[in-house]
Design a binder for this molecule. Sequence first.
Ligand code: XMP
Length: 596
Amino acid sequence: MEKIAVLDFGGQYTHLIANRIRRLGVYSEIVHNDVTPEELNGFKGIIFSGGPHSVFEKDSPLVDAKVLELGIPVLGICYGHQLISQTLGGVVRPGNQKEYGLAFIKPSKSPLFEGLSDHEQMWMSHGDAVEELPANFDVIATTPECTAAAVQNLEKKIFGVQFHPEVTDSLSGMKMLENFLDICGCAKDWTSENFVAELSAQVEREAKGKKVFLLVSGGVDSTVAFALLNKVLGPDRVMGLHIDNGLMRHGESDDILDFMKASGFDNLHIYDAADEFLDVLKGKFEPEDKRNIIGTEFIEVKTRAQAKLDLNADEWLIAQGTIYPDTIESAGTKHADKIKTHHNRVDVILEMMEKGLIIEPLAMLYKDEVRALGEALGIPHDLVWRHPFPGPGLGVRCLCSNGVEEKISDAEKATIAEKAGAAGYESVCLPVKSVGVQGDGRTYAHPVVIFGERDYKKLDIVSTSLTNLVKGINRVIFGIHTEGDKSYRLIEGYCTKDRLDKLRAIDHVVTQAIHATGEYSTIWQMPVVLLPLVNSNGDETVVLRPITSQEAMTARFYPLSDKAIKMIIDGVRNIKGLGDVFLDVSNKPPGTIEWE
Ligand code: XMP
């Protein structure tokens, strides 16, 4: 198999570059920037990623200059482009003028730009820029703001681009990356047939004739891993355990069990721990407290359940559904990955890995490849394309409170009312808080609900300006259904069966609605959040949080269709104890995808 190395300089798009290359049919691996030239032998091409650093910083990540003398084609992106120039004797200008967003390049003739027009939209995000080229380099694209937007040394096959071909806003970016792969002379042999065959052989090898135990969470990764193990080793050598923590979505545990049974795999055991989880969550309302309790309880239940199964270590290995981004540390690794990494890389697991007692059949794959594998293994489309779901499940979507109000200041309330009013919206500040991400860190602030015209463009503007203006809020939500008089009262509410059932019911209605309208695949994720707030009729309120995203780093709220909204409101009317419905119209930042 031919492969490309992506040298990681800490860029948030490092994974995206590696993933794009694989989508073009060539296997790629992320490699630390301090890799030795010898370690890169065997790669057909090298890409230097972007990064948040400046080549002028004292500790900025560097590369061994000999990497550029290997005779292997190199493409530098953004910081990678500047680093190539600096390393080879060019001059980089410090960024007193920053350039973010869309730029139009005028490419010259170069194999890198084969098939591109003479006016191409690319996405830029940089401060520093290459001012003087190293010897034997030519400029092959310029923009009005950037003279060396792309450069090449054709003889050595070294290229540098200031823009980011890997992001979708660079419309011909994929074509450019494909051209680079052609320059590298790569065979496009990373196809789903090839990797299914390769992984199957690997599983057989690593299992060493033993049996394999796997925890099946209900998510795509562990479901696919379980199906793969069954296919390769046969059900007699595989055992799966699914812990139902009572925080799952409607039918989630049953769906997995049904599929496994229908596939002839009767080796998945369900351990119903709902009561145990609800018991430890009794009276808890602080988000971090809840999260820790759920995590700790999971480990305890798992240990108990495994002990009950009495698996003899001489006979059994443990499998994990870890996927590639979980195993590679990069500045671009998202929050959820870090949490997962934490679970899959705890000390005891690392020790077992060293002893060869853990196998991770999906550790080479990105999410889209896991899905392709799932489809190839015959897992139903809806299961394979499920939206991501957080480990603590509905536990982080059932907001709790001890009933003690935390109010926003009167001054901020007045500013919000004035600003929203000027845009034609009525506003109500809510006495709950949710998580957000503003500047460098997480925030914990109030949402404001606004009522008026559902014009998504206008809502986007109002939402952004309100959260920019008022420190005490990090989200704007829009009232799409009101039954009371728009006054909301905080209640004492915890993760109880009654509230979770209510949340499960509305979450199910929402999932069905967006499947029915065909929006499920466009929406990246859609948390449904139950608030500890009641309307003037005493009914609880919910927030819909549909977003589009690439890998959850940033997100935009998704403009839900009229049809889906109508179906959801009809559904709410049939759920006892539920009243008003809000649509979250905040992007990330300032809001996060989940509410806690
Ligand atoms: P946020 O809310 O930070 O979420 O924008 C980014 C992605 O991470 C998921 N997420 C979690 N996943 N445990 C998980 O396994 C968690 O505690 C958790 N919190 C957030 C979230 O669903 C989204 O996909």
